[in-house]
Design a binder for this molecule. Structure first.
Ligand SMILES: [Zn+2]
Length: 406
């Protein structure tokens, strides 16, 4: 079997385990039983491959180590992928389908589901690749089981090719990434990597940064009275909430921004005539711009408050996560090793700042610089998802070039 066939065989085995994370059970880690099933499978496989210090934690994280096979001092490099799949769509009874030598046109997945490059431009990049999809009634789970398959197949390849000299390799498979708990309980004192990579980006994007994120809560009270006697007295918090939303400038709204531009996005409203709680999320790559935008929202609220006698508006922001870009700049090894390996492997890539958060961002702030490398999947979290086996082979080669002796 060649590397591509081995990747396929592994990948198909992993996606058949239903590991959908469960937001309603987020107080428990992992949030679903299937993740523990896969974690046990993976730890057994790591032992079989001869890895050292294989650890299955009580929260179903899997850690392992491939010691260096050279006396030369090399950094300990970590590779990570998450075992859970998105709670947005079914991951039960996934029936994987192989589309050999994809022709660059319509990708007929089944059950009436058809993807194409107009819908997902990443497909354009993968013309001629061997593509895997599900069958139209589930997601595929390439996010992030493609990452797991790449890491495992690389470990097997290194075992079969002892002439490849390399530094220490650390491996971690994490849980509940899709519900934002992916890295919280990863024991870094046992992982002991100098820097790491999540294999969880799409096809060509390398995540060298991510959003700064805050949660915003706006509490609005007015003056309530019997509507029959309301003339000149009633101040409605509902009206005030609608003013805040409609007066918030277009240029700072999610539906009008892309690339490196941030936004404040109102996403929840609760309450009644006594009190309204309006919630929003604030996202921006540049922390100064994030704070400026938040100040702008506060100023707008003060202005609206002044226009309604008796109204009170309080605006509160709470930090969710921060951009890892500055950490990756201050501790540049992770990006340096990655960029050199990408050039050596001659694979194309695009450096980008993710318009979201990653496990790597949280880990970077816990002291482990962790950029995001290709997960080799696209159109994730639903039935349109697909993964490229050719891109998985490329990514495996990039990983080998990161760890090889120099
Ligand atoms: Zn993912």
């Amino acid at each position: 079997m060649n590397i591509k066939e081995k990747l396929y065989e592994r990948f198909v085995g992993y996606v058949k385990v239903d590991t959908k994370s469960d937001g309603a059970n987020a107080a428990n880690t992992p949030s679903s039983l299937g993740q523990t099933v896969l974690a046990k499978m993976l730890s057994a496989e790591l032992k079989k491959l001869g890895l050292k210090n294989v650890l299955l934690t009580k929260h179903s994280y899997v850690l392992a180590e491939l010691p260096a096979n050279t006396a030369k001092k090399m950094p300990a490099v970590g590779f990570m992928a998450h075992m859970d799949t998105s709670p947005d769509f079914s991951g039960a009874n996934v029936k994987p389908k192989l589309h050999k030598n994809y022709n660059g046109g319509k990708l007929v997945i089944g059950n009436g589901i058809v993807n194409d490059p107009k819908q997902d431009p990443n497909l354009k990049f993968c013309k001629g690749h061997d593509i895997v999809t599900a069958s139209g009634d589930t997601l595929l789970g390439g996010d992030d089981k493609a990452g797991i398959a790449i890491i495992m197949t690389m470990l097997e390849y290194l075992g079969e090719n002892p002439q490849i000299k390399h530094g220490p390799v650390k491996v971690a498979f994490t849980v509940d990434e899709e519900i934002g708990h992916g890295s919280a309980l990863l024991p870094l004192d046992k992982f002991k990597a100098d820097f790491a990579y999540t294999l969880d980006s799409y096809i060509v994007d390398i995540g060298r940064g991510n959003f700064n994120a805050d949660a915003c809560t706006i509490t609005i009270t007015g003056v309530n009275t019997h509507p029959g006697l309301a003339k000149g007295v009633l101040v409605s918090p509902l009206l005030i909430a609608s003013e805040i939303i409609t007066m918030w400038p277009k240029k700072h709204r999610a539906e009008h921004t892309d690339k490196e531009k941030g936004f404040i996005h109102f996403n929840e409203i609760n309450g009644g005539i006594e009190k309204i709680i309006l919630k929003a999320i604030a996202r921006e790559h540049d922390l100064k711009k994030l704070f400026a935008m938040e100040a702008e929202l506060k100023a707008l609220c003060r202005k609206i408050e002044a226009g309604h006698k008796g109204a009170k508006i309080s605006v509160q922001f709470k930090e969710s996560y921060r951009n890892m870009k500055d950490i990756l700049k201050k501790q540049p090894k992770a990006m340096d090793y990655l960029l050199r390996a990408l050039k050596e492997t001659k694979v194309s890539y695009r450096l980008e700042q993710a318009r979201g958060g990653t496990d790597g961002a949280r880990l970077s702030f816990r002291g482990l610089p962790t950029p995001n490398l290709f997960g080799c999947y696209s159109s994730a979290h639903g039935p349109y998802e697909w993964a490229s086996l050719d891109r998985m082979v490329d990514t495996l080669r990039v990983c080998l070039n990161i760890i090889k002796e120099r």
